[in-house]
Design a protein around this ligand. Structure first.
Ligand SMILES: Cc1cc2nc3c(=O)[nH]c(=O)nc-3n(C[C@H](O)[C@H](O)[C@H](O)COP(=O)(O)OP(=O)(O)OC[C@H]3O[C@@H](n4cnc5c(N)ncnc54)[C@H](O)[C@@H]3O)c2cc1C
Length: 381
């Protein structure tokens, strides 16, 4: 969707983009108001997406996935943004939850869980954050105590994307509370288990149609076979290895939002007049949009470089931290300028630019705050 073609695109991905666009325009765009009202997408959306092959795009076919790669995930996110949807938590389901299972699951776990995520039978979530701890992941208080052939999980999680609809949750818990980061493990908890409870679907400033929920675990028994990878104490390393892909997704969303904002604002300012002239013709408007288009292009080039490196398995943690903070920050500024150029309409929720402004703000916060990104970068200097 950018003004220049990304170097990682190819003709197969062009065809996939057409298919993804058709789906997004038909199944996502028309339902935005209702989803925002109900604070979540319709559950059937996941099944429809599974049927047409849009779930688990980058998971091998032997596990029910699409057999594609990260470029397919990137295209879907771009098309989702282009059609104006910010409700569907598919990026988290596809490119985060499923990838933990693919990367660390035993063969039995992969064969058991991935086909359900790929078909839409299961919606996935990952629960790291707790009411008392977010950035300081080593300090999670949720515990998974071994009792015979089970783990007994106790704790509370908050701000969990897809939490209200999740059929399965990857839970970050301490299997050895005395061992610090080495005592953290990831457990797969199915929502049907006794003692699992959902709290509120949270009311947010933006991403109003995206399901973000509280989750509670009261003596939830899961078999030891639900320990991801089968070895205790691997959770922190697993998180550190997977968080870069999550941050790359945030870069894609931020750049897509910036590009959309520039497009929408050029269109709007050419349509509207003041003092007998198109608003676009004022030098301030043209210069602001010239700067915004430049910002978007610079971010796009950096993003494309990161995607290319990631596809080659060469994206390092500090570089993706740079991408995450930089693109989320610049997108916020660009969208804010675009709101200004819309005048009062820019503040009305029915305008896309207003929604982009409230949706964008969280990109600086989740996936590791931008301050944590700068910590990561500064350690390499
Ligand atoms: C819409 C939404 C969806 C989310 N989805 C999920 C999800 O699916 N799963 C999940 O587990 N979590 C999710 N989160 C949680 C998100 O990842 C956390 O909010 C985020 O990591 C920050 O944690 P916190 O809110 O506890 O803030 P805190 O960690 O309390 O941070 C507060 C402030 O202190 C700063 N700070 C903290 N430590 C340092 C430091 N060492 N140096 C400098 N500054 C520091 C932070 O940068 C921030 O500015 C979501 C959050 C939101 C809002």
């Amino acid at each position: 969707m950018s003004a220049t073609r990304s170097p990682w695109m190819n003709t197969d991905l062009d065809d996939f983009r057409d298919m993804a666009r058709t789906f997004c325009e038909k199944e996502l765009a028309p339902h935005q108001d209702r989803w925002m009202e109900q604070k979540q997408v319709d559950r059937e959306l996941w099944n429809k997406a599974g049927e047409v092959g849009l779930l688990c795009l980058s998971i091998p076919e032997e596990y029910g996935g699409g057999g594609g790669n990260f470029a397919h995930e990137a295209v879907l996110i771009e098309e989702q943004a282009a059609c104006g949807d910010s409700c569907w938590g598919v990026a988290l389901h596809n490119a985060i939850v499923a990838h933990y299972v693919l990367a660390y699951g035993t063969e039995e776990q992969k064969l058991g869980w991935l086909p359900k995520l790929a078909s839409g039978e299961w919606v996935g979530a990952i629960a790291m954050t707790e009411p008392g701890t977010g950035s300081d992941l080593q300090n999670v208080q949720t515990k998974a105590a071994r009792e015979g052939d089970d783990y007994v999980v106790n704790g509370a999680k908050t701000f969990i994307t897809n939490g209200g609809q999740a059929d399965v949750v990857l839970v970050v818990a301490k299997t050895d509370p005395a061992a610090g980061a080495q005592g953290i493990s990831l457990l797969v908890v199915e929502a049907e288990r006794a003692g699992f409870r959902r709290g509120r679907i949270l009311d947010k400033v933006g991403l109003k149609g995206q399901d973000t929920a509280e989750l509670f675990f009261d003596d939830v028994r899961v078999p030891v076979g639900n320990l991801l990878g089968g070895t205790e104490g691997q959770g922190f390393v697993q998180l550190m290895q997977q968080l870069p892909q999550e941050r790359l997704l945030i870069g894609i969303t931020s750049v897509a939002a910036m590009e959309m904002a520039v497009r929408e604002t050029v269109r709007y300012t050419k349509d509207r007049s003041a003092f007998g002239r198109e608003i676009f013709s004022f030098q301030n408007t043209r210069f602001t949009l010239a700067e915004a288009a430049t910002e978007a292009r610079v971010c796009r080039v950096f993003l494309d470089d990161c995607i290319t490196k990631h596809l080659a398995g060469e994206l390092d943690i500090p570089t993706v931290a740079m991408l995450k903070w930089w693109t989320s920050e610049r997108a916020m500024r660009v969208i804010d300028e675009c709101v200004q150029l819309h005048g009062g309409y820019g503040y009305m929720s029915e305008y896309r630019i207003a929604r982009a402004w409230t949706d964008q703000r969280v990109q600086k916060i989740y996936g590791g705050t931008n301050e944590i990104m700068k910590e990561i970068i500064s350690r390499t200097l």
